[in-house]
Design a protein around this ligand. Structure first.
Ligand code: FES
Length: 102
């Protein structure tokens, strides 16, 4: 059954950036875009690269390895070489803590 799990404090993810967190064994990238927080699987669907380490431009993150681009809000691929969307996780903020639904 889905449940909410605490990931980090909001101030651990600066505006316009992403951060990597391991949450109950799952690699998660959290991005802070225009006051909103988005969580996706940290692993690029092309090969094995960390998306938290990619460049964030608005709500688009570019994989540092081969340049695939994903929308961090929807998980959609917006530029190849990746073709498979990345998994997204619902996010909520409770008392300054980022939580995701696993
Ligand atoms: S591993 Fe991300 S684009 Fe290749």
């Amino acid at each position: 059954m889905a449940r909410w799990v605490r990931v980090a404090r909001t101030d651990e993810v600066p505006a316009g950036e992403g951060r990597y967190f391991e949450v109950e064994g799952e690699p998660i990238a959290v991005f802070h875009v225009d006051g909103q927080y988005y969580a996706i699987s940290d692993i690029c669907t092309h090969e094995e690269a960390s998306l938290a380490e990619g460049d964030l431009d608005g709500e688009i993150v570019e994989c540092a390895l081969h340049g695939a681009r994903f929308n961090v809000r929807t998980g959609a691929v917006v530029a190849p070489p990746a073709v498979v969307p990345v998994r997204t996780y619902p996010v909520r903020i409770i008392d300054g803590q980022i939580e995701i639904e696993l």
